[in-house]
Design a protein around this ligand. Structure first.
Ligand code: AMP
Ligand code: GLY
Length: 424
């Protein structure tokens, strides 16, 4: 069976690493991939958003399954286009992808389908939004651009001045282009965040173990938000009771809502929850595997990933058994100095092999922003590598991940030293 993965970050490396272990796999390709992925898959020189080119290529190569990593190609309609051409895809079509692609669409559906979420209002006029700002939710508000903004379209405002600035940046300055034509002003929630992912075939769901992401650049969750500085799985705060509630109050109504509206969702539903005691609300949905969460979740999967994705793509997940390791896993993200602001690229990286070999089979280093320059592995992004380790308990897994991370060297290598601190 020939498989194409679309994307080229830490999430896609993790999926490639796991799929490469499948006895059902023939050839694995990844577009565009990265140097780490190239160790287990053949790189395809096409961008993740080159939908038409990718489709032609997949038809030509007789690809049996395409697994889409990032949200942008899904929002562009890659899955619809592939399906129309008779290609099998893991990932929702354009309408299902609105769950992530339009925050307004997503919030309105949550309200309609009775899924718990923060109070909100929608505006498409700056003056009106600004006028209403003060009247909402007693000051602490969250401002969200409607469309995709590479994870940067959300401002949790500490006060009215910051909220107004965010509205200005989104609606007047067009910091995120068309994504900011509409905004949401939302009640600010407090608590602890948990990511819960489920694989859907349109009718059935398989929930994956929970994970917690660390979005802030600094220890103790201080400083600006990033694409994620680390993750661990499971998140002990996500108790079995909460898992049952999430099943009943989030996933079931969501799947029913999709069915009622004729949306055949075959892919990942990622619910970002804000948890406070026994209560929770949905902060956001994504329509793909989370990153870096996937780097901590997938290594815990004992079963073969390929049949799982295949059956979801075929709408045929019913009755499949999935086995997870009881060992917790931790992913520490190694970033470039200066990230999430300006950073240098092209710095030589050393020590990955040593880090993995010293891990006694319980360490994997996933590439995110790396490249090959003059035959050397160099940095090529803000988040460079994800060092994942697993062990019999969380503390041991954390220690193992940090021992491995210490072996890796490049100029300005920065990582948080407190990943999983909430659970420890
Ligand atoms: P989103 O893209 O909607 O997940 O927002 C990105 C991040 O902003 C979330 O992971 C939270 O940390 C934060 N956030 C979003 N909505 C809220 C809210 N209503 N209250 C507090 N924090 C929020
Ligand atoms: N870890 C956050 C995300 O994947 O959106």
């Amino acid at each position: 069976m020939n498989v194409l993965i679309v994307g080229g970050g830490g999430r896609e490396h993790t999926l490639a690493w796991k799929l490469a272990q499948s006895p059902l796999l023939g050839k694995l390709y990844c577009a565009p991939g990265n140097p780490g992925i190239a160790e287990v898959a053949e790189k395809v020189d096409l961008g993740a958003e080159d939908v038409e080119e990718l489709k032609k290529w997949a038809l030509d190569k007789k690809i049996d399954l395409t697994v889409v990593g990032p949200e942008a190609p899904l929002v562009l309609g890659l899955a619809d286009s592939f399906r129309e051409a008779g290609l099998r895809v893991f990932g929702p079509g354009r309408t299902g992808a609105l769950l992530e692609g339009s925050k307004v669409w997503s919030k309105r559906k949550m309200k309609k389908w009775g899924i718990p979420t923060a109070e909100f209002a929608v505006f498409d006029d700056f003056d009106e939004a600004r006028y209403h700002l003060g009247r909402f939710y007693g000051g602490a508000v969250v401002i969200k651009a409607d469309g995709l903004a590479a994870g940067k379209g959300v401002t949790v405002a500490s006060g009215p001045a910051e909220a107004e600035q965010a509205l200005y940046d989104i609606m007047i300055e067009k910091a995120f282009g068309e994504a900011g034509d509409r905004v949401i002003i939302e009640q600010c929630l407090s608590g602890e965040e948990v990511s819960v992912l489920a694989i859907s075939d349109g009718n059935n769901l398989i929930t994956l173990p929970s994970a917690q992401d660390h979005k802030a650049i600094g220890e103790g969750d201080r400083g600006p938000n990033t694409g994620g500085m680390g993750a661990y799985s499971p998140a002990p705060i996500y108790t079995e009771q909460l898992a049952r509630k999430t099943e009943d109050e989030v996933f079931k109504p969501l799947l029913k809502g999709f069915k009622d509206e004729g949306i055949d969702f075959r892919g990942v539903i990622y619910a970002g929850l804000m948890v406070s005691g026994d209560h929770f609300k949905v902060l956001e949905f994504n329509v793909r595997f989370g990153d870096p969460e996937t780097q901590a979740i997938i290594p815990r999967l004992k079963s073969d990933l390929l049949p799982l994705l295949l059956k979801a793509a075929d709408g045929n997940l019913g009755g499949i058994e999935v086995e997870w390791s009881s060992e917790p896993a931790v992913c520490v993200v190694l970033a470039s100095k200066g990230y999430p602001g300006h950073y240098e690229k092209g710095l030589p990286i050393h020590g990955i092999k040593i880090a993995e070999e010293g891990g006694e089979g319980k360490v994997a280093v996933f590439h995110a922003g790396t490249a090959i320059k003059e035959r050397h592995l160099v940095t090529a992004g803000g988040r460079v590598l994800g060092v994942t380790a697993w062990d019999s308990d969380l503390k041991k897994a954390v220690d193992r991940a940090y021992r491995a991370a210490e072996e890796i060297e490049y100029e300005g290598c920065y990582y948080r030293k407190d990943i999983a601190y909430r659970a420890l």
